[in-house]
Design a protein around this ligand. Structure first.
Ligand SMILES: Nc1ncnc2c1ncn2[C@@H]1O[C@H](COP(=O)(O)OP(=O)(O)OP(=O)(O)O)[C@@H](O)[C@H]1O
Length: 245
């Protein structure tokens, strides 16, 4: 589904990603871990095609289409979706209107069902993210993704700032987006999830983990084993491990 080859990317004239190669097949969910500032969000931004980032080398292929230099709206149309770590407020644009812009042909009952599932009824008439709490922003982001219904789902720290009750709601909703209720062979959707805590892994049947340090992958493997190693011994252990296949 997603094939990234030797990706180099920079922002503000500084190279952040130094040759990332990553393959995610249909139905798979991968987890991205790494210390602060290592380039995890940058990778997601580059996959989604956010303007500020310049890809200087390498390629991104999505479902057979070379998207390396496509604009963000074309990638969204092809089925990519992202939940940002810190999405901006959009004064003047109501959340309810945004849902309509994302998917004008969605059945009203399906929209209502998603809004109700995320407990966002009273936010429909509010400007996007303006005055929303951290957890409300995350719920709003997931709701927008439910309406977009992308095939490739990128989540940047979905559990950060979310209380324990809402982590359950977020986890179950993300699992639905990733079609975790279906057998692997029947799943069409794939995902790439950034997490520091690993709480979200309790809800997702994830397939592979990757550790990024200073813009390079230093370790690939079982996400739970990697997380346990990081919790016990820190990221420097990943440098020693360096299990590059
Ligand atoms: N405009 C910019 N100019 C220069 N450096 C930048 C710019 N934007 C981001 N960076 C740097 O890029 C690096 C990677 O940032 P990124 O947000 O991808 O890290 P991250 O791994 O997602 O971190 P975190 O876990 O803290 O969210 C950081 O050192 C950051 O300061």
């Amino acid at each position: 589904m997603l094939h990234i080859e030797d990706l180099h990317a920079e922002i503000g004239g500084k190279e952040i990603l130094h040759g990332i190669t990553l393959h995610i097949e249909p139905g798979e969910t991968h987890v991205l871990m790494g210390p602060n500032g290592s380039g995890k969000s940058t990778l997601l931004m580059c996959i989604m095609g956010i303007d500020a980032y310049t890809i200087t080398k390498g390629s991104i292929t999505f479902n057979g289409v070379d998207v390396t230099h496509l604009p963000i709206h074309e990638r969204a149309r092809l089925g990519m979706g992202i939940m940002f770590q810190r999405p901006p407020s959009i004064p003047g644009l109501k959340l309810g209107k945004m849902l309509n812009v994302i998917s004008p042909n969605k059945k009203p009952e399906d929209v209502s069902e998603a809004v109700s599932r995320m407990n966002m009824e009273e936010f429909m008439g509010r400007d996007i993210n303006l005055g929303f709490s951290g957890g409300e922003i995350k719920r709003s982001e997931i709701l927008q993704m439910m309406i977009q219904d992308p095939h490739f789902i990128m989540l940047d720290e979905p559990e950060s700032g979310v209380d324990l009750e809402n982590i359950h709601l977020m986890g179950e909703s993300i699992a639905r987006l990733l079609q975790k209720n279906q057998r692997f062979v029947n799943r069409k959707n794939s995902g790439l999830v950034i997490t520091h805590t690993g709480y979200i892994l309790d809800y997702l049947d994830v397939d592979k983990g990757h550790v990024m340090i200073n813009g390079e992958f230093k370790c690939h493997g079982n996400p739970r084993e990697i997380l346990k190693l990081i919790k016990e011994k820190g990221y420097h252990e990943c440098l020693k491990c360096a299990k590059i296949p």
